[in-house]
Design a binder for this molecule. Sequence first.
Ligand code: GDP
Ligand code: MG
Length: 439
Amino acid sequence: LAERLESAWKKLRGQDKISESNIQEALREVRRALLEADVNLQVVKEFIAEVETKALGSEVIAGVQPDQQFIKIVHEELVAVMGESNVPLAHAERAPTVVLMAGLQGTGKTTATAKLALHLRKQNRSTLMVATDIYRPAAVDQLVTLGKQINVPVFELGTDTDPVEIARQGIERAKAEGIDTVIIDTAGRLQIDRDMMAELARIKETVEPDDTLLVIDAMTGQEAANLTRTFHEEIGISGAILTKLDGDSRGGAALSVRKISGAPIKFVGVGEKVEALQPFYPDRMASRILGMGDVLTLVEKAAEEVDIADAEKMHEKIMAAQFDFNDFLKQMRLMKSMGSLGGVLKLIPGMNKLTDDQLEKGESQLKLSESIVNSMTKEERQNPDLLAGSPSRRRRIARGSGHSEKEVSKLVTDFSRMRTMMQRMGQGAFGMPGMAGPG
Ligand code: GDP
Ligand code: MG
């Protein structure tokens, strides 16, 4: 028990440090979560190694296991890597702003072009959409139809003109008409293709875009990393739109894209409709990738509830043998504010192996102890020795709390024994008399 109390106390004071050995399980869990979210294997390895180095040696928050805290750090790092806040679309000082869309066929480029145009219209930015996918006649029609739907003009020259020329003339038109932003929709292939890349590169050279957005399907999975690398090396991207996040993909591509290109995800597509575009929020994506909402909430709660300064004060009191029933009540309230006793005890190393039965017993004993303490006078709480020497006081408390004199005596005895033991340990403890039972 002393050992348990000691480590529990260390934890309460936040003295534990994150070490390689106390986060093994968390490391495995995080690795699994990232891979399940389809983050590229190489990216996973690098990311975890970086976070581990950062986390080693940091102090563990009182009342939290190193494992769980590590996961919290991973979450924060994911947010940091994917960008602290949303990066908006470029807006050139001199109109028109030129946005170039790039990506494989079927990823949602044409849809995203219309979504962006609608997004800009809502900001009172006028837009011209340019159709340069001349390889599929239906592609031009698709953009024209979308343009009518959102009431945004489309520049097109059919399917017989060179895409670079269409793009160039599109920008001329926008300049002539004083349009704020030109979005150039381009052709994609099913796979990376030399001709496609060469054409994109030529368009880019000609139009000198302010933003080159890689449109990438969230379902692409592991491949997202290679796609990003190729597009970034061949044409250079300044941002990305992650589409089809309305599906059940966990969005690991977001991390791969960012780690490999350094370019921020600017928007996410969450449906087929033109309204289904959202700014990218790194913190939401981090939670989605980790799929660990519960753990994070728990860690945040512990960080909130446990006041380290308070714990230090408590420790001093214990050392000076001044730990009294008021402190006991305080501890009780702290535990309650963090949820069930069982839940809290499981956070404490050494205590997490208690069976449900033992926990239940401990919990009901704590309740009993609390109701007895509640029936004590202020004086009695501050000076537990008063009770040891007075059967009449104990009798009064028994009557007041609805428990037997024997139970009251036992609490008083346990409490002073615990106090003596705490002093002897010279370390203090998180433990309470009510918990002595199962241990
Ligand atoms: P492109 O070949 O890159 O131009 O892709 P399209 O814009 O033509 O889109 C291909 C298909 O994906 C179409 O059926 C779109 O409706 C669909 N799509 C595009 N974005 C999304 C999205 O965010 N969510 C869903 N569920 N479908 C999308
Ligand atoms: Mg298209």
